[in-house]
Design a protein around this ligand. Structure first.
Ligand code: HEM
Length: 422
């Protein structure tokens, strides 16, 4: 079966495509055009994510098409050693240990270490939006793409003035690896990626000569000058990864959550009165509309899934978006229902040895952003006549834009029901 991730229905509403792929041929298909095996069912995607020995990560960050020689020559100059998401054992457990020891990854530690940063950045952006009362604003440029990047830069100790270039490099990396750019564009994006890598190396180099109170300094301290723990190049590589993983994903989650919440005005207004409803809403958003809905693995041995044998050395696209709609796991999977008991079974943060290190941070950002934005702007509403369109990409499902009208007031007759007494 064919999956065209770069055109047609997949760019507006992928759920129909996922449903067809789930239903047929044991949910496992070879797409000749993409040169990828598509794995869709929840049990199979979960198994592949858990089984790092059979499903390796070596090619997870390698372009999904044949990149032109000029761009390839630039990419070849990026000598970032594989760490975390791009690494297999024995490098992966060692570099992941470094991340787990230094990056807060439980709700309690995230709240303690990053809660203040998240609330300060959310409040700044909410005030900036509120100051534009009556205007039509694109929430992607004005909020969702900005917040997670500012937060991750604060954690890493990088000045906010670097936001525009880091965003442009990171967007470029996503388009270069999982998009379908023309050769001239590939060269431009590859040159940007090389510049990005040099920026990360330079950041680490400067911290080595007198660091501050930031994550890069902490990672260097964890290393303790011992290359067997972590090399300096691996520190730079982790920073390189965090600057992309830490914001493009959460930006997607924020966009999906706001898109959904604003399209149901009563729900949006209700958040101001019942903020305790926001966490379940965010969880169901993660299941229903994952920011990463396809992720790559390469088989290291033949493996049989859904009655189909995939050979060794095959690139596989784990369709997380489809797995999250698998009717074998989720009742009425196409119904968006924050009260469903099974929403937590989604695979949007991965599963097993590579499970997302930033899941708790992403949740905190999303819950804080929705709660405070709804409280400040209960009248925020989608601009009329807009259609949802996603950027052509195999892994990241990112909105092209999300135009809204910044109306702080709730229109008469639309006030939410008063909060019942406890
Ligand atoms: C909604 C937001 C997010 C989503 C949907 C998401 C998704 C994912 C997924 C699917 C993986 C698994 C990769 C694999 O199995 O190969 C992953 C891993 C990872 N994520 Fe996230 N992520 C999010 C936010 C973040 C944030 C905020 C950070 C850090 C600031 C982060 C850092 C990482 C890292 C470092 C890994 C690699 C872990 C490893 O390979 O051991 N992510 N993420």
């Amino acid at each position: 079966m064919r999956l065209n991730p770069f055109a047609g229905a997949y760019l507006t509403d992928p759920a129909g495509v996922w449903a067809r792929l789930l239903e047929r041929d044991g949910g496992v298909h070879h797409d000749d055009e993409l040169g990828l095996w598509l794995i869709t069912r929840h049990a199979d995607v979960r198994r592949a994510l858990a089984d790092a020995r059979t499903f390796g990560n070596a090619l997870t960050l390698a372009p999904v098409y044949e990149i032109c020689p000029e761009a390839l020559a630039l990419v070849a100059r990026i000598d970032a050693p594989p760490t975390t998401a791009a690494a297999d054992p024995p490098t992966h457990p060692r570099t992941r240990r470094a991340l787990r020891a230094t990056f807060a990854n439980t709700p309690e530690r995230v709240e303690q270490r990053y809660g203040g940063i998240v609330r300060r950045r959310v409040d700044e952006l909410v005030s900036r939006l509120a100051a534009r009362a009556g205007d039509r604003v694109d929430l992607i440029a004005g909020f969702t793409a900005e917040l997670p990047l500012l937060v991750v830069l604060d954690i890493l100790g990088v000045p906010a003035r670097d936001v525009p270039r880091i965003r442009s490099w990171a967007d470029g990396q996503i388009a270069l690896i999982w998009g379908c750019p023309e050769p001239a564009e590939q060269v431009r994006l590859a040159a940007g990626l090389l510049e990005f890598w040099h920026y990360c190396q330079d950041l680490v180099r400067r911290r080595r000569h007198g660091g501050g109170d930031d994550y890069v300094t902490e990672l260097l301290a964890y290393r303790g000058g011992d290359d067997e723990v972590l090399t300096v190049a691996e520190v730079a590589s982790i920073v390189f990864n965090l600057l992309v993983a830490g914001h493009e994903t959460t930006a997607g989650l924020l966009a999906h959550a706001l898109d959904r919440a604003l399209s149901e005005p009563d729900r949006w207004r209700g958040f101001a009165q019942r903020p305790e409803r926001v966490p379940a809403f965010v969880t169901e958003t993660l299941r229903f509309a994952p920011a990463i809905d396809g992720w790559l693995r390469v088989t290291t041995a033949p493996v049989t899934l859904g009655g189909v044998t995939i050979p060794a050395g095959a690139r596989c696209l784990l369709l997380i978006g489809a797995a999250n709609r698998d009717p074998a796991v989720f009742g009425h999977p196409d119904r968006f229902d924050p009260d469903r008991p099974d929403a937590h079974d989604h695979l949007s943060f991965g599963h097993g040895p590579h499970f997302c290190i930033g899941a708790a941070l992403a949740r905190l950002e999303a819950v804080t952003a929705l709660t405070r934005l709804a409280a400040a702007l209960p009248g925020l509403r989608p601009a009329p006549g807009q259609h949802r369109v996603f950027r052509p990409n195999l892994a990241f499902r990112a909105h092209r834009d999300l135009p809204v009208i910044v109306d702080p007031a709730v229109p008469a007759g639309h006030r939410p029901a008063a909060r019942p007494a406890a």
